[in-house]
Structure formats: structure tokens, C-alpha cells
Design a protein around this ligand. Structure first.
Ligand code: GLN
Length: 310
């Protein structure tokens, strides 16, 4: 039975998870993320009906990081069609950490296992139309403006530069894929577009709304105009279920059970069909790169609302 989620209830849960957040660790391999305050927590729900409820630091901006992989995938599918996209990237969970390189060498033919791990996301960004990295990023931003009906959303230059300068592992993934013909663009260009894409900034309200569009099968929440074709929205949500929480996707399916995508900034975007978007933010992460407070909040929310899709 579904029960109402009030602001008071969400505020109460935020207080509960504050201590849990202490056991996590803020990502510091991207130097600009290391200064995030682990006590900055936020949660937002945007129902497909338009109803909203937010709690915590609801106006605090954070970067999307890997949450952007879902949006980039939707745009790459729109640009290229399924056949072309899936000739560059697979559909299977990897069971490895998000930045792992190991399966690129052991999979035959050598292509990333899915678009939610870094290798797959880099290959997807390479497929987005645009003659320059800035043109690609401009197209991703316009797509997000369209999805959220909010043209104020932009990327954080400082976070993008910080990641660009320190992304040695992502560069290695790109060079490997370039050698095997998975990536066609120049490695530095792919990295430039990818790091800007990951640095797109939002608050919890904007992220919950974004999740709601996927929950609404890609239709605009007000006008019901199809922004993402239903079938492509379905593909994105399927990847969120099987690979959205990296090598914690199985445990997440059992404990929480909704399509979700996390990022190392501490954001998690969820999309529950017919219900809406749920977004949580808490920068302290567990060892797999998922927000500790965010996971606990999602456990409370999905139990209260009986939202597991299984
Ligand atoms: N920009 C980050 C990276 O490529 C995104 C990773 C993540 O959020 N898991 O390392």
C-alpha cells in the first residue's frame, strides 16, 4: 500500500541518516569534489502528477557526475539509433567497479559491457552528434533544458577542469577503446566533452523533475509532448536497474528495487514508472561510490511508499 510522503517525514529521515553519512567518504580523486561538505543532504520527489516535496538543502547545487550517463545515453540513442549505439557498447552488467579497465581486454569483441560504467559512457559521449566537444556539450545541455523546462542549468567549469586534468584512468580507457575502434574521436576531445557532461550542475528539485520525465516514459510532464521516445526511455530505465549502481546493482535491487543512477558527487536519480522521480544527495560515499545517506533515504522512501518494482 502506497502512503503519502510529507516534508516533515522526509526531514525526519534526513536527521536519521546524518550520522550514517559520517561513515562514508567524499570522493577526492576528482580534486574539486573533495571540498564537498558531507553534511549537505537533500531529498526531492517529483510525482508524474506534478506534485512535489523536498527536504534538506533543496537549493544546493551539485554536479551530476555519473547520473549524466543516463541523459547522454538517451541523446546518443536519439542521434544514432539503437543499432549503432549497441555496436559500440554492450547491454550487460560488469560486476566490476565503475572505472575498471579489466573487461575491456577480456571481452570479445572488445567493447565496454554497458553505458553506465565509465568506459561505456565515454564511448556513448563519443557518439553524440557535434563537430566539437563544446557543440556536444551544448546539445546535452539543451536536451536537459528541454527535459527539465529549465534553461538555467549549466556545467561547473572548475569541476570540469579539475577532472579533465586528473582523468588519467579515463584517458587510459579511451586510448584502449580508440585502438580497438570503439571510439572514433580524438581522446582529448572525448575527455573534454565527458568531463563537462559530468560537471553539469543541478539541485535536488531539478534532478527529481528529470527523473520524473523518465518515469513518465519520456513525455513532458505538463504538455505530454514526447521528449524521449517511450522505447528509448525504457532502455535507459532498464540500464538503471541492471547497472545504475555499478557493482552494487544487485544488492540495490533487493533492498530498494527501483531504477536508479548514482554519481560520485553523491547524487542518485531514480525513476519509478507512474509514480515519479526521486532524487537524493549526500556527498559521503561507500566503497562502491554510492551515497551512504542517499541509499538509506531511498530505503526509507521505497518502504514507506511500497515502491519496489519487483
Ligand atoms: N566523472 C566521474 C568519472 O568519470 C564519474 C564517475 C561516477 O560518478 N561514478 O570518474
Amino acid at each position: 500500500m502506497e502512503r503519502e510522503m510529507s516534508k516533515e517525514l522526509l526531514e525526519d529521515w534526513l536527521l536519521h541518516v546524518k550520522d550514517i553519512a559520517e561513515i562514508g567518504k567524499v570522493a577526492d580523486y576528482i580534486p574539486a569534489l573533495a571540498s564537498q561538505d558531507p553534511r549537505h543532504l537533500a531529498v526531492g520527489i517529483h510525482r508524474v502528477s506534478g506534485q512535489t516535496v523536498y527536504a534538506g538543502k533543496a537549493d544546493h547545487l551539485f554536479t551530476l557526475q555519473s547520473v549524466s550517463k543516463v541523459i547522454a545515453l538517451a541523446l546518443a540513442l536519439l542521434d544514432n539509433g539503437e543499432e549503432r549505439v549497441f555496436s559500440h557498447v554492450g547491454m550487460e552488467p560488469s560486476g566490476d567497479p565503475f572505472h575498471s579497465i579489466v573487461k575491456l581486454e577480456t571481452s570479445k569483441p572488445s567493447k565496454p559491457l554497458n553505458p553506465m560504467i565509465n568506459a561505456g559512457a565515454l564511448a556513448v559521449t563519443d557518439l553524440i552528434q557535434g563537430n566539437t566537444p563544446d557543440e556536444k556539450v551544448g546539445r546535452i545541455l539543451s536536451f536537459i533544458h528541454d527535459l527539465t523546462s529549465d534553461k538555467t542549468i549549466h556545467f561547473n567549469q572548475q569541476v570540469a577542469e579539475s577532472e579533465f586534468q586528473s582523468a588519467f584512468l579515463n584517458r587510459s580507457l579511451c586510448y584502449f577503446m580508440k585502438q580497438h575502434g570503439v571510439i572514433n574521436g580524438e581522446v582529448e576531445d572525448v575527455l573534454d566533452a565527458y568531463t563537462k557532461q559530468c560537471s553539469i550542475e543541478m539541485n535536488i528539485k531539478q534532478l527529481a523533475r528529470l527523473g520524473a520525465v523518465f518515469a513518465n516514459d519520456g513525455y513532458d510532464l505538463e504538455t505530454l509532448r514526447p521528449i524521449i521516445p517511450r522505447n528509448l526511455a525504457r532502455i535507459c530505465k532498464s540500464f538503471m536497474v541492471t547497472c545504475g549502481m555499478y557493482d552494487a546493482s544487485g544488492e540495490f535491487a533487493i533492498k530498494i528495487g527501483i531504477p536508479a543512477k548514482s554519481g560520485v558527487s553523491g547524487a542518485i536519480m531514480c525513476s519509478v514508472k507512474h509514480y515519479g522521480g526521486i532524487a537524493v544527495f549526500g556527498p559521503a560515499l561507500d566503497e562502491k561510490g554510492n551515497s551512504v545517506a542517499g541509499l538509506k533515504l531511498l530505503e526509507y522512501i521505497t518502504k514507506q511508499g511500497d515502491l519496489s518494482i519487483y
